[in-house]
Design a protein around this ligand. Structure first.
Ligand code: IMP
Length: 182
């Protein structure tokens, strides 16, 4: 494993300053779209935890948090198959404005599964906020309503995103070095 403090070994995709700036813009957009209303932010554990914490503080309208956790069968670094719910919401979302908050939209399998599950509970509105989007990897048709940055078909770590559970604590988003990744 690479030491997260071993900065020079990692190539940055996005610096913490770029992340902060974009999250502020996303929070302002969401605050405008939901002016005068209340929102439930639903974070997808564990990857979205850090993005949700930052996004929530950039939102100026009243909001509450809830979390779901899923696991996908497949390789350690890619979701590639069936999605399974391992932690459900704590509270009902009927008639609420829900924003599903995800670190990265990749094949779309996770968010399609969660969107269908949450729509069955009849929220007033359901939006998706994904900090990163890899459109070239999509296997299911789904787009986020709020996207931080599009990115190419490559693997990143940091800002909540992991490789085999490590590197989530990197403050910048870095390219996964090929020698560790493969
Ligand atoms: P999807 O179901 O393929 O859209 O996968 C979404 C999940 O895959 C994300 O929430 C991440 O947990 C994981 N993932 C996809 N790409 C990356 C990446 O580049 N780095 C870290 N995790 C990733």
């Amino acid at each position: 494993m690479i030491n997260p403090t071993d900065g020079p070994a990692l190539k940055r995709f996005l610096t913490r300053e770029q992340i902060h700036q974009r999250v502020a813009e996303m929070g302002a957009q969401i605050s405008r779209d939901f002016a005068g209303q209340t929102i439930v932010l639903v974070g997808v554990l564990k990857g979205a935890a850090i993005f949700l914490a930052d996004l929530a503080r950039a939102i100026t309208v009243d909001c509450t948090f809830d979390f779901v956790a899923v696991s996908s069968y497949g390789k350690a670094n890619r979701s590639s198959g069936a999605v399974r719910l391992i932690k459900d919401l704590d509270h009902a979302i009927e008639n609420r404005n829900v924003i599903l908050v995800e670190d990265i939209l990749d094949t779309g399998l996770t968010l399609c599964y969660l969107r269908n599950m949450l729509l069955q509970r009849k929220p007033a509105t359901l939006k998706i906020a994904a900090f990163l989007d890899k459109p070239a990897r999509r296997l299911q048709t789904i787009e986020a309503d709020y996207v931080g940055f599009p990115m190419p078909n490559d693997f990143v770590i940091g800002y909540g995103m992991d490789f085999a559970e490590h590197y989530r604590n990197l403050p910048d988003i870095c390219w996964m070095p090929a020698d560790v990744h493969d």
